[in-house]
Design a protein around this ligand. Sequence first.
Ligand code: NAD
Length: 484
Amino acid sequence: PVVKGTKRKSKRPQIIAKKPSASADIPDDVPYLLIGGGAATFSAFRAIKLADPQAKVLVITNEPYTPYMRPPLSKEMFSSTDRQMVQNMEFKQTDGSPRSIFFEDETYYLPCTRLKEEENGGVALAQGWTVKKLEVTKKTAILEDGKEIKYGKCLLAVGSKPKNIAAFEDLTPDVDERVTFYRGIFDFEELDEIVTNGAKSIVIVGGGFLGSELACSLAKRGRGAGLSVTQIFPEKNNMSKVLPEYLGRWTMKMIRNEGVQVLPDSKVDQVYMVKDQIQVLLCDGKVIPADQVVVAVGAEPNTELAKISNLEVDESLGGFVANAELEARTDLYVAGDCVCFYDETYGRRRIEHHDNAIVSGRLAGENMVKEVGNPYKEQAIFWSDLGPNISFEAIGLVDPSLPTVGIYAKTEEEDVEEVMGDDEEKDDPNEKYTKGVVFYLKDDIVVGIVLWNVLNKLNIAKHILKQSKKYDDLNELAKLFSLH
Ligand code: NAD
């Protein structure tokens, strides 16, 4: 079960859809057609324009926005006290300077009607339109009104959508109003408005990236304003899809220290209204009243186009099946959350993170311009910020079911501590995993690395993964990260 689209309208007219009024305004034959308007598409058109500055690129997106980045929507955007910045969809970068979440200013994009005649090419956006079918043997995309667009090369970068769970299906309209399936700008605006208007309690369902980041961001934002934030999830600890258990336990402790009431081992049974509040009934009988509930229980690739277009979807990982060059069919490429590609190093994969959208979008864009494409080689990273004490970056196969070895800076006296796998004995309440590196191993080879509060060392991690070899002493290896 999946949530379809968003139910609310943006209150900021300056970025509301400029849908070409008629599909006749959209070119019917383009060298480069990009479907989807997210980070992967942005990265692809940047790569195409770099390799072929005169390229004519048409982007078809059913979003009412120009391509934007999502990571700040669960992190920095909630920290801003400057309402004008929030209104402009700007956030403060680590150096304090403002940055828009939109990759390019609106003026960067050509109107669809000008793309054909523009000698120097450019990127035109057909916003608010949906591709309903691809006829891959005719290299044609068909829009919702039947309009056909022929392409030279096409990219499918249609992303993913929030998953749903049984307790949140078939909601009555009054309950539905109080539930946010968090994903994009509309959802940020909605939650921001609710908090600004003095909400007293928010319940977040989900213990992964989105749930944990939002819990920390909202707790910080609502501190002093009497906002209570409760996080509910079925696992034992926060971030249990990526962190070894002891580190997840520590992370949960840190998130609680931020003021979040974290309820692990908990499932939602039902939601219903009593007076003006939504009530979250858990399977153990506990009821939590809230002003708003945020559901963040994972994402699901948008593969609606697959069946009608005869495209293969990976049965276990989801997403359109593509080769190592990200090509699914002749001259049809796939990138971002919705591609299930062949990684020459780690086999078939699908990755739902911002940097993978950038890396795979760039590779697809480069390959679309070339005679012979390159395979996926550069490992994408991901990162998360969870309150003031946790900021981590990760690369490779970061899967906690693999054996892990964590090496942590212990005290200021240049001492390190090694933690193997899930070492319950090491779960001393006074333990401080303030800074360290976690190696994830497959057949004793380092296949994944988490840099725990270690900044600017990703190149070293990338180099270690590239070596793909066994190390006798991981303590020695950890010294490369200067933990002391
Ligand atoms: P996720 O896959 O990270 O986490 C899903 C979570 O859903 C699980 O951890 C679990 O706690 C929860 N869950 C599953 N079934 C549940 C149930 N029945 N009841 C309650 N909880 C249940 O997905 P997400 O956190 O929703 O994020 C959505 C997408 O956005 C993911 O692809 C994620 O990788 C991406 N994202 C990435 C970042 C980042 O890289 N920093 C940040 C935010 C979102």
